[in-house]
Design a binder for this molecule. Structure first.
Ligand code: ADP
Ligand code: MG
Ligand code: MG
Ligand code: MG
Ligand code: MG
Ligand code: MG
Length: 686
């Protein structure tokens, strides 16, 4: 969430004036911090997950479910309890199942109907910690619930199916629209009222020159009109200049149209942060996990409904990208000056010099990442995007300051953006022992991987890498399974020195592919065939004991053949199904992520009990990849399709939504009661 300092937030025209200064100071802070932290060694293997919830209020009498805007009250109540815990006077009895675990942390999020929860302290290197994750997640849910009104529940759907409809879907009710979002569908009160959030939304809109625009293709069922014209769009509003957007064609036929940051940033996700032992290892993990982003997005797909309609996509990612897309028409490569040129071939504009902006920018600031950063001899120049946009003067400053080309390029790419929320108080004096200006840009570059430098004021935190693409899952069994899977993959990557490099544009393409309905079963993704390909002899590996997730020996995996000379890059990767990628190709061309993880587990001799425990999580991933088990998206589609009141017209009514939320709540209650849910619940989805 970045920093939440209080102060006077600048409106866009003023913020724009100060953007250069913030970038410059941010880069000086980065350089100072990088010089101090680049030699940090032997930081512990720590990791942590972030789970996000929707707070839903259930009205069983009226069979209605609504988003509850109670975030502030719930967090206040949670903070009181945390203070009691800390002072030692809290009621710890109910936490006897969580001996030695710190009480969970709760954080605000963009939506005033959202909560984020993290473990009380990061998880460590021991395998035993993996066994605590699921129960800790369930504990977090219980603690959150205990601070809600009796009819409120924390649920882990990515989006609320009827957000932005004409119902009274929020509690308390506020009608649209307000000065910050200027949405015709949602009120400003939907967002966290902290000045940072309305300013962020308003400045994105102002910078862009119109409202954000989300058009999600509708799912055409047998009774869905063709063309489908979003019946919830009002073309006759005249409250704000932005109300013209829809008259200027913002809402597309056959799409569900949305117009505010809340439709994207109001989505819940599952993020995992790893601490590396040093910067070099962090850079390696960043690169190697990057190609997995779209694969895990498709595997965790859980977003088939927007604004009361079934849509033809299964994941949230691009909708968040669109919800915070602050690019101007010029940066987007659209014509700006005349009316006709709006409809002319955009390619003719690409070559024209820009009048107001510095670059054409191909991606939203929320998008898949666009470059690699590891000083790895296997990183071929062909894997880079030759058209990557970087701020050359910033890159030069970083390199003059001693940073290497790759890392300087990464940050000079992030810093092509403007800072969006600037507090005038922070511009008085540059403090090189802080990272506020750096974080201003870093934390509003929402890429699917994030490289997190150590905070300058905390010696005990090292270089970290965050994996950000996954969708939140309905049950904590699933959330734990995906968290643990990613942890084990990182261990396999480090242990076997795995090579997942593909040209970065293929990952961008994969990210699009992951959006398709049932991509997990029906689509193919670019993936590297030989994960052992190396052009340098791998260093001798030390042996390990079986109690930690160390990056130990690689002896359990076939010794790689001597490296062949480098062939054309195109022969290194292929289109594969998710089943191929996760479970291995039948023809042996790719071994599969699960078999790689199993080899890693064999190599570290984990005890039988732990191995059995982990097996149920790996089974979920395996079976989701091969189509035996459904994604959350598929389960929701089936739920809607089978609902007695569904009319095959793509409409997900209030009644269906209430029943869906109830079914989700029941699933999590059952899961909480039964301990580890195992297969029963998930089989029920077939
Ligand atoms: P952000 O919201 O900026 O991504 P959070 O502060 O919410 O970051 O924390 C992300 C996760 O990182 C949490 O699960 C937390 O437990 C974990 N974490 C905290 N410190 C470390 C660390 N030193 N190494 C690895 N993970 C950490
Ligand atoms: Mg967080
Ligand atoms: Mg965050
Ligand atoms: Mg969050
Ligand atoms: Mg995070
Ligand atoms: Mg298959």
């Amino acid at each position: 969430m970045g920093l939440l300092a209080l102060g006077t937030a600048l409106e866009w025209p003023d913020a724009k004036q100060k953007a250069g200064q913030v970038r410059e100071w941010g880069i000086e802070q980065l350089l100072a911090n990088w010089r101090k932290a680049r030699g940090k060694e032997r930081d512990a293997l720590l990791w942590g997950d972030e789970v996000e919830y929707l707070v839903v209020a259930l009205d069983d009498a009226a069979k209605k479910s609504r988003l509850s805007l109670a975030q502030a009250e719930i967090l206040k109540s949670l903070a009181r309890e945390e203070a009691l815990w800390k002072s030692g006077s809290g009621d710890n009895k109910k936490h006897s199942d969580h001996d030695g675990e710190e009480p969970p942390h709760f954080h605000p999020e963009f939506g005033r109907f959202m909560l984020e929860a993290t473990p009380g302290q990061p998880w460590g290197i021991g395998f035993k910690d993996l066994l605590k994750v699921e129960s800790n997640m369930k504990w977090r849910r219980e603690v959150a619930k205990a601070h809600m009104a009796p009819n409120e529940v924390p649920i882990t759907l990515t989006t609320f199916p009827r957000l932005g409809t004409k119902d009274d879907y929020i509690q308390p009710y506020y009608p649209p629209s307000g000065p910050a979002l200027r949405s015709q569908f949602v009120p400003d009160e939907i967002a966290n009222p902290h000045i940072r959030f309305p300013t962020l939304a308003a400045n994105i809109r102002s910078r862009r020159g119109r409202k954000v625009e989300l058009n999600v293709p509708v799912f055409h069922d047998t009774n869905t009109p063709r063309p489908f014209k979003d019946p919830t769009v009002n073309y006759d509003l005249h409250n704000w200049p932005e109300d013209d957007d829809v008259r200027n064609g913002a809402a597309k036929d056959d799409h569900v149209y949305m117009d505010a940051m809340a439709f994207g940033m109001g989505s819940c996700c599952l993020q995992i942060t790893f601490q590396a032992k040093n910067m070099t290892e962090g850079r390696r993990l960043y690169d190697q996990l990057s190609p997995l982003g779209p694969i895990l997005l498709a595997l965790t797909a859980a977003t088939p409904i927007y604004k009361g309609f079934l849509v033809d996509t299964d994941v949230r990612w691009n909708q968040i990208g669109n919800a915070v897309d602050d690019r101007t028409r010029e940066e987007l490569g659209e014509a700006v000056s005349t009316c006709e040129s709006r409809f002319s071939d955009s390619r003719t504009n690409i070559s024209q010099p820009l009048k107001n902006d510095r670059w054409r920018i191909p991606k939203s600031r929320y998008a898949s990442n666009s470059t690699y950063i590891s000083q790895d001899p296997r990183l071929r120049k062909e894997y880079f995007d030759p058209d990557l946009v970087v701020d050359e003067s910033i890159k030069k400053r970083l390199m003059d300051g001693g940073m290497d080309d790759l890392l300087a390029t990464h940050f000079a790419h992030l810093f092509i953006r403007d800072p969006l929320v600037i507090f005038s108080e922070d511009l008085e004096e540059l403090d090189l022992n802080k990272s506020d200006h750096f974080e201003n840009l870093q934390s509003t570059n929402w890429q699917h991987m994030r490289f997190k430098p150590p905070p300058p004021d905390k010696d005990d935190i090292g270089w970290r890498v965050e994996f950000r693409s996954m969708e939140i899952q309905i049950t904590d069994f699933e959330n734990a399974a995906f968290s643990i899977f990613i942890v084990l993959i990182t261990r396999a990557i480090l242990s076997f020195d795995l090579n997942f490099y593909i040209p970065i544009q293929r990952t961008t393409e994969n990210m699009e592919t992951a959006h398709a309905r049932d991509a997990v079963n029906d689509r193919r993704f670019w993936f590297r065939k030989d994960p052992f390909a190396s052009i340098v002899p791998r260093s001798a590996q030390q042996s390990t004991n079986g109690s930690t997730l160390s990056s130990g020996t690689s002896s359990a995996v076939n010794t790689p053949p001597p490296s062949p000379p480098l062939g054309p890059v195109e022969t290194e990767f292929d289109l594969m199904t998710i089943d191929d990628i996760v479970n291995g190709c039948a023809d042996g061309s790719f071994p599969g992520l699960i078999p790689l993880v199993e080899s890693y587990l064999n190599s570290v001799n984990v005890d039988v009990e732990t191995r059995c425990f982990l097996a149920s999580y790996l089974d979920l991933i395996r079976k989701r990849a091969n189509g035996t088990l459904w994604t959350g998206a598929r389960w929701m589609r089936e739920f809607v399709a089978k609902h007695p009141s569904y009319k095959q017209d793509s409409v997900v009514s209030e009644e269906i939504t209430y029943d869906l939320v109830k079914a989700v709540e029941e699933m999590t209650i059952k899961e909480g009661k039964n301990g580890s849910v195992g297969w029963e619940l998930l089989r029920g989805r077939k």
